[in-house]
Each structure stands twice: as structure tokens, then as C-alpha cells.
Design a protein around this ligand. Sequence first.
Ligand code: ADP
Ligand code: MG
Length: 549
Amino acid sequence: MASENTLGQQYYILPEGATRLIGREAQRTNIAVAYAVASIIKSTLGPKGMDKMLVSELGDIVITNDGATILEEMNVEHPVAKLMVEIAKTQDKEVGDGTTSVVVLAGELLKNAGDLIEKGINPNTIIKGYDMAAKKAADLLNKYSVPIGLDDDDLLEKVVLVAGGSKNIGSDSTRKYLAQLVIKAVKQVAEKQGNKIVVDKDYIKVEKKEGGSIEDTQLINGVLIDKEVAHPQMPKSITNAKIALLDVALEIEKTETDARIEITSPEQMESFLKQEEKMLKEMVDKIAQSGANAIFVEKGIDDVAQHYLAKAGILAVRRVKKSDIEKLAKATGAKLVTSLDDLSPSDIGFAGLVEERKIGGEQMVFVEKCKDPKSVTLFVRGGTQQVIDEAERTINDEIGALTAALELGSCVYGGGAVEASLAKELRDYANEVGGREQLAIQAFADALEIIPKTLADSAGMDPIDTIVQLRSKQRTKEGMVYGIDVYKGTIGDMSKLGVIEPMKIKQQAIASATEASVQILRIDDMISAKASQPSGGAGQNTPPAGEED
Ligand code: ADP
Ligand code: MG
């Protein structure tokens, strides 16, 4: 790429083949890309949204309604598209639900900004207006809060059903069945800290195995380990198990023995092996003395040690993942021990049952019936891989939503109701602010309405007419409850329909959609060092096969 200096000489600052987009052109392109990404997943929004089938290069098939999953599987190239994928991922990580909404909202914010730019409004004015609107919206949300607590079983179920409602995982009774499992799981690990509720989602393990049906999904009051019992002679089932967690290799380290000992006679060899055996037996004795009868070991267990463990009636699982050991500690109350000399009865945990069972042709170890475990497992079953994968995504959304609702203690009305309420308030705010920012704040308000608009569209309603009606309904007293009844195809009372969502989803979505749009709007120069490839990816002289006419 060449530029000219004042003397009219050409000089190069970028490698040959680099591309550059400047000013309006860069903005236009970026907005178009962001909007295109949003458009792709828009049709999946809400319970009437459609699924997408994605086929990877290797032919693996994913069928889903999950925004974050779709974007990830699409493998987008453009940096702005990547940014859109990033906000879905952030939403997923921070809240665990609302991934489609955040991307759709960002796309709409950018589209509306693009319209303003075409009208000659400076991007910096738009950025300022958007920031003001986002801040105002965050404050206003509290006005629309519906409180929720651990004992509001009815509300908890609604939150879960709405969060999982857009995914196709079966009949209403199946959904309710899963919802109850999720509620039990979250309540079980929830802890009160002062007047706050904290849920560490890491301690709700979601394990899945093909086979059975979704209704065979179960909640295990403890941890399911996808490993087998180390030795066939060991017990396969222990009731009232006393559990030890060991970060100790029940082996003789090979380097210790190989390096120094020179064996010159068969007798020496024999005594050497005896010695090794004795050491291993001593290890097992220490374990037995502690009272443990089920052990979970992060490292390996030597064959000889396995033999002695079996003889002592101890069930052992080896090479257990660190994360599973942590979950076991939370579930059973056992303390991880790093040296056998430290192992004492106070380190021992408890489970009502430790049992190896054959599931779908593979052995798994169930550590269950724990006493008030602070770590549980949802064991997802279903006919095909696709089914259990989508069920797992549903459960993750549900856990995320319920956690978000409980941690903040606040919900809002869904079905586009809260977005419509905020849009209404922001329009009033725009009038107060006046000036050029007013236009940006109005554009922000319009963008929020993309949620009810899209839901209306998915329900076969006319989006424009519906929004006009929704606006006037929202202006009535107690109007905040009105949103889209996607099943009836009308505007409905979300409080009656039980469509409520965690407030945190909306907070996070508005914050990250705004942040991403502002970030994209600030870009007025796109320099790409990568040479732009001719379409088809092949060299110019070799047109890709089968692409001519
Ligand atoms: P996201 O990935 O953003 O969570 P979803 O596909 O889960 O996307 O759709 C969420 C949207 O669907 C929210 O705006 C929510 O209020 C709405 N929604 C969910 N259930 C219903 C329902 N029964 N009636 C109307 N809207 C609903
Ligand atoms: Mg959702």
C-alpha cells in the first residue's frame, strides 16, 4: 500500500497486499457485518424461535437454539463478527442465559447508529448518547424489579421454565420435570452469606450419557465420576461409605528405584521386590487405619497396591480429575490429603452409597446420598447425542438464570415487556436531555424494542403494528406487565402468563451490547495485514474446481 509524502515521493508503510478501510467506509462495513451476525441468530429468539443445524468441517452435526453455540460453531472470520461472538460468550459466562438477546440488541444498536451516521450525526455524539441511555436504563431497571427469594417456589419454577422455554427438549411435563431437578440442585448448593444468596455453579456438575430418555435424567446428591473402580476384586458397592481423597501416587516412583540400585543376583532381586511390595502394603495399611473404605486418588495406583486395597475391602478409583476431587470434597466433607502420613479420621468424608454402575456400556462411579452436599450432579440422559447436548445446554441456561435471579434477588417481566418499558422511559428521558444526544437516546430506545418486535415476528404477528399497540398498552397504569404472548399471538399480561426473567440477564445484556457497539463505532480505520484472498481461496491462476458457470 503506497502513500505520498510532501515531496511527491511514494513510500510504503504497509506490506503489499494489506487492505485498509477508512472513515465512513470502515464504519459502514463494520455495522453491516455486526448486523448480519445478529440477523443470523435473530430467528432463534424465544419459544417460537427456530433451531439451527450446523455441520462442522468434519461432518459433526449440532442442532440448537442456543445463540452462543451457534455463533461459536459458525467459525466467523471478520474481526467485528468475532467481537459479536465474544459478547455472546461473555453473556454466557457472566449470566448463562440471554446470549441471543445480547447479540440481537448489539446488532440493532449498530444498525440504528448507522442510520444516524447517514443522517450526518457524528459518531461521537451517538457514542455519548448511547452511554447515557445505557446508564439510565440500568438505573431504571430497578423500577421494574419483581423480588424473588429461595422460598418462592412458584416464581423459581417460572424463571427456570422461561429460561429453558426456547429450546426443544420435549413436552411440558418433561420441561417441568427437568425444571424441578434444576431447582433442587441450585437450592442444594445455594448458600446464604449475610442476606445474600451465593450459588457456585461449578458445584453443579452436569454429566451426560447417551441412552434412556430425557425423563431418565436424575439429580444425584453427590458426584458422578466417569471412571471405573480400579480393580475387579474390589467391592463395587459400599453403603455408608467412608471416603478419603488422596493426592498421593500409590506407586513406587520409578526414578527412585531405577537410578541407584544395581541388582546382581536373583536373591537381591527378590528382596528388592519384597521391599517394594512392603512399601505398597504399608501405604494401604495407612489408608485402612484411617477407616476409609472408598478412596478417590488423583494419581495412579500400582497393581500391587490395588491388590492389597481389594483385600482390605476398599473401593478405589484412580486418576480422578482435580475438579471432581474438589466436588467430592464439597459433597462428602472429606479433605484432600497430600501425604499418607497426614491421613487421619478427621479427613474422612461420608456418602450414603458409593457404587459402580454400568451406564450405556461404560462403568461409572456414583457417590450419592451425601448428607446436605454442597456439590451435586445432574445426570442427563436422552436418546441421541444431539438430544442430550441440547438438554445439557438447556440445563445450563436454567442453572444460570436461576442463579442470576437468586443472587440479585430480582426479576423482570419477559416477553419483551421490560424492554418496552425501558424504551418508553428512555424516550421521555431523551426529551429531557434534548440536543443531538436526544436522537441517539431515541435510537437506543428503538433498539431495545427489537426484542418484543422479534418475538412478535416469531409468533406470526405484524411486528410494526404490534409495537405500536404495545407502546400504548405500556403507557397505561400497571402497563409494565404487557409483552408478547407468543403462544396466542397477542399482547398479553406477562405476570399472569408467568413470563419472568432474572434482572441480571437484562443488566448484563444492555451493558455488553452497548459496550460492543460503542467499541465498533469508535473504529474509523481498519488495517488488515492479511492479503485479501481471491474468492474460493485458491490462487488466481487456478480457479477452484466446479466453480465455473
Ligand atoms: P436468549 O439466548 O437471549 O436467552 P431465548 O431464545 O432464550 O434467547 O429467548 C429469550 C427471550 O424469549 C426473552 O426475551 C424472553 O422473555 C422470551 N420468552 C421466553 N419465554 C417466553 C414466553 N413464554 N412468552 C413470551 N416470551 C418468552
Ligand atoms: Mg434463553
